[in-house]
Write a protein of this length. Structure first.
Length: 232
């Protein structure tokens, strides 16, 4: 199958399954989206959505977040992973927004990436989902799916981002990003994945990758020191 035909078929499946994908992190403006995305690292969207209402009630904007004591921020977000580090990043990020951007989230990728705790993926999410600017955020899940589907060599997330941007038109990047996240959660998980039953991997996965995943599933589990069994 030609690459262009594969991409078109994948797009049709994603559009059928998720015609209007919504941002899974609850937010009301660019600032609350930025905070939620920072909190989502190594945490589930569900957990982030549980703790942000209290946080945003106390700090609905950068100025109010910058005024909070670090200990209070940490207490408000303590249920998410890496809470102490994220609390420091959020306070420093809010202080810089107030100091350098009049308390507003900049509509500029490079400026976003200079904020404490904000990497390229987080900045890309804000650019495309808050401002509607063309960006294709690639996290570990999208990186995995692109490799499974033969859309990228999968050597790095940077390479995957470049490859996906070439395959899909810019006006689709935001939607495809969300669709791939939802598809990965429901049909294409990192573990226990059966390519033969996947709506896309079953026909799109390169043969060599399909054999590799089949071999991983067939590999016997190793016993841990406690006697339980785990995947090798």
């Amino acid at each position: 199958m030609r690459r262009a035909d594969k991409v078109q078929r994948i797009a049709q499946i994603l559009d059928t399954l998720y015609p209007e994908p919504a941002v899974p992190l609850r937010h009301r403006d660019p600032f609350t989206l930025l905070v939620a995305v920072v909190l989502s690292a190594q945490s589930t969207d569900k957990k982030v959505n549980e703790i942000t209402p209290r946080l945003f009630a106390r700090a609905p904007d950068a100025a109010s977040l910058a005024r909070l004591q670090l200990a209070e921020i940490q207490e408000l977000i303590r249920q998410v992973g890496l809470a102490p580090t994220k609390a420091r990043h959020l306070k420093a990020m809010a202080e810089r927004l107030v100091r350098e951007h009049a308390g507003q989230v900049p509509r500029d990728l490079a400026a976003l990436e200079r904020l404490p705790g904000v990497g390229h993926k987080t900045a890309s999410v804000v650019m495309v989902q808050a401002f509607g600017e063309p960006a294709f955020p690639v996290d570990t899940h999208i990186h995995r799916l692109a490799a499974r589907w033969g859309l990228s060599a999968g050597r790095s997330r940077e390479r995957t981002e470049r490859d996906l941007k070439k395959l899909f038109p810019p006006e689709q990047w935001g939607k495809r990003h969300l669709q791939m996240i939802l598809f990965g959660r429901e049909h294409c998980p990192a573990r226990g994945h059966d390519p033969a039953r996947c709506p896309i991997c079953s026909w799109a996965a390169p043969r060599r990758r399909g054999r590799h995943e089949a071999a991983r599933r067939a590999r016997p589990r190793r016993r841990t020191r406690t006697g339980s069994r785990r995947a090798g």
